[in-house]
Design a protein around this ligand. Structure first.
Ligand code: I6G
Length: 674
């Protein structure tokens, strides 16, 4: 090609690449594959190498350029970068809205609502559509010049889109790292023995403040824009939401979750919705921001000190806090497993007060190196159980105590064993140990097991401590009179409990097997055992080899099952339970024939089931003889539908396939009602 043709092609390629960047980063709707995009970039690079005179700083090939700088220069913001007032409660937001309406003397206000990204505030300066400077917030008046590094962020356009770009535009936004990129970065750092980052925000900050832009380029940073600073002669739209729409047209990325909401009700509703989606967003947010949408009203409201009167940040409860470990104690579980539990100085985190946190087992405790007296970071995200994220070594007192595994069970004094290579230590006391008895009884009574309504943890504790109940069979000899004599028990609740005990006697074989609390026999294994053998007697007399024939039962679980039934005390308890009237209908066994209640069915499961995970349901269906597949086709004979089912349900309806709900599915596999 001649030079003029090359110049034309270079311009075309740059234009195409910018368009693809826009579609990918701003619209989230790419038009071409990654491979096609890479090919366009490679072609542009080759042409620019052939014609170095045609290279321009805003070419997509020039994101990472120049040698590492020694330091960051200082930038004075043309318009200061303000801070936001915080609201921590609904009442704070109600008060904010009332102040806004009173000052404006209006009935109701529309707010632009958006997630508050947990990243770093940044200001980008575009002159005649070209990115000329990027600066951190700093103290709000002066920040650091991070232009070279911000150019390396792929979602930041080096040139604004369109023919009508303003001569000057300062854009404000938040640089952040997605959780996925953060995890990848930390995994790689861990593999290389390098220091890892504490959270995505720190990783983003560390990456942006790299002296070598090549390092920043390798760190998958992102940007969401949330407003403007200096705007020169740009005819600024009339509403904040329109400003954001205009920024998107210029090729700048804004958060897709932004909405305009009506009044304080709309704002609080938005807060609730975003809060529920928080974990699914893929990036960390620490609240939502409400801004008066009309810009003339924003001007009327003005500022107090360094914060606008027209905006507020409604914060979520912090998900991480620091506190002190007062002690570490060991709890004994149903199977005798000793679990170290940290007793904490109570701390309010993720919306609740946390005073105890499990440390899982000795390996986990050693990995985190938690000692008594340590200051630790505790995290509680959403409904996830709280955890100790890490110790803060600098705050470790000199007399911090290392936690040792006790030699004796803290409850019954039996010796503690820990097998080679096992993380879990166990009390060897079996049902002699009242903690194991208590846990075994709690499990027996639980909803998914015998479902004895009203037999709560406290009551079990009282009955065990009083020596009244030693085995599950003893529960069925309790009378309303003696129950009514217990603490916090009236005659009515005592009568209700006796009734619940009576009701629980009619059960199913899978529930009964699950309730026995055999080590490693969860709900799905119990179901598989029940459908394989059909009758309890068949399982009781099965050899180790025969138990291993059950789908998904390996040698370890089979040995636990065998050990359980070989123990005379366990057989005695089972006999007593049956003697007291616990019974179930037999299940058609799949063992002999390979046949089961679902033999011949080709089954698909869709949506969320309430009582079984997807894997458990698949295992159970297979154990009942079905062939389980992922997608609905003409071969499918049965569709099991849970909550929020989508296209599979529609397709099955179109094909006229039999559709059953979870309860019917449970009935067909012999698992009984939920
Ligand atoms: O720090 C901020 C984060 C997010 C903001 C902000 C924002 O809007 C979504 N908006 C303003 C006006 C300010 N700081 C000053």
């Amino acid at each position: 090609m001649t030079a003029p043709e090359d110049a034309k092609r270079i311009a075309e390629l740059r234009e195409q690449i910018r368009r693809h960047d826009f579609r990918y980063y701003v619209l989230d709707d790419p038009e071409v594959s990654d491979a096609r995009y890479d090919a366009l970039m490679a072609e542009l690079r080759a042409l620019e190498e052939a014609h170095p005179g045609l290279v321009t700083p805003d070419s997509p090939t020039q994101r990472v350029g120049g040698a590492p700088s020694g330091a960051f220069g200082e930038v004075v913001h043309a318009v200061p970068m303000l801070s936001l007032d915080n609201a921590f409660t609904e009442q704070d937001v109600v008060d904010f809205d009332r102040r806004v309406r009173e000052r404006l003397d209006v009935e109701s206000v529309e707010y632009s609502a958006e997630p508050k990204i947990d990243g770093l505030a940044i200001s980008l300066r575009y002159e005649r559509g070209k990115l000329v400077q990027a600066a951190t917030r700093g103290d709000g008046t002066k920040g650091e010049d991070v232009t070279a590094n911000v150019r390396a962020i792929r979602s930041v356009p080096l040139t604004l889109r369109g023919t009508d770009v303003p001569p000057l535009l300062e854009v404000r936004g938040e640089v952040y790292m997605t959780r996925r990129s953060f995890e990848q970065l930390n995994r790689r750092a861990g593999e290389r023995g390098e220091k890892t980052f504490v959270n995505p925000r720190n990783a983003a900050a560390g990456s942006l403040r790299q002296l070598d832009p090549k390092v920043t380029a390798s760190r998958a940073l992102d940007l969401f824009c949330y407003g403007v600073g200096a705007t020169g002669h740009w005819p600024v739209p009339r509403r904040h939401s329109e400003v954001l729409a205009a920024l998107r047209e210029f090729g700048l990325r804004t958060c897709p979750a932004i909405e305009v909401v009506a009044g304080v009700r709309g704002a609080l509703d938005y807060y609730g919705r975003i809060g529920r989606r928080r974990d699914a967003l893929g990036y960390d947010i620490d609240g939502v921001v409400y801004k008066v949408d009309r810009l003339d009203w924003q001007r009327d409201l003005g500022f107090v000190a360094r914060a606008p009167r027209w905006a507020v940040a409604h914060k979520f409860p912090a998900q991480e806090e620091t506190t002190v470990v007062r002690d570490v104690e060991f709890q004994v579980g149903r199977t005798g497993a000793l679990t170290p539990v940290a007793r904490l100085e109570p701390v309010f985190v993720g919306g609740v007060t946390v005073s105890n946190v499990t440390l899982h087992n000795m390996d986990e405790l050693a990995r985190k190196d938690v000692r008594i007296g340590d200051t630790v970071v505790v995290r509680r995200a959403g409904d996830v159980i709280p955890e100790v994220v890490r110790v803060i070594p600098d705050l470790r007192p000199k007399d911090a105590r290392v936690v040792k595994l006790p030699k004796q069970c803290p409850v019954c004094g039996s010796h503690v064993t820990r097998d080679e290579g096992e993380a879990v230590a166990r009390c060897s006391g079996g049902l002699v140990c009242s903690a194991q008895r208590r846990e075994a009884l709690r499990h027996f009574a639980s909803r998914r097991a015998m479902d004895i309504e009203g037999l709560g943890d406290k009551l079990v504790e009282q009955l065990v401590d009083a020596g009244r109940v030693e085995t599950p069979a003893d529960l069925y000899s309790l009378t309303a009179d003696e129950l009514a004599g217990l603490e916090r028990m009236g005659p009515k609740s005592a009568a209700n409990l006796v009734e619940a005990l009576e009701r629980s006697k009619q059960t199913t074989l899978p529930r009964f097997l699950f309730a026995l609390g055999i080590r490693d026999v969860g709900e799905s294994t119990a179901l598989a055992l029940a459908t394989h053998f059909g009758r309890l007697e068949a399982l009781e007399s099965a050899t180790l080899d025969e138990v291993q024939q059950v789908r998904d039962v390996g040698p370890v679980v089979a040995a636990h099952v065998r050990d359980f039934f070989d123990e005379p005390r366990n057989r005695k308890v089972i006999a007593e339970l049956r003697h007291r009237g616990v019974s179930w209908p037999d299940v058609a066994p799949t063992r002999a024939s390979g046949e089961g209640p679902l033999s011949g069915e080709t089954l698909v499961i869709t949506g969320t089931l309430a009582s079984l995970t997807r894997d458990e349901a698949r295992d159970a269906a297979r154990a009942a003889g079905a062939t389980v597949t992922d997608s609905v086709s003409k071969k499918t004979t049965l569709l099991v539908v849970g909550a929020d089912a989508g296209s599979k349900l529609r397709k099955a309806q179109e094909l006229g396939i039999t559709i059953i709900d979870e309860d019917e599915f449970r009935r067909r596999i012999g698992a009984g009602d939920r």
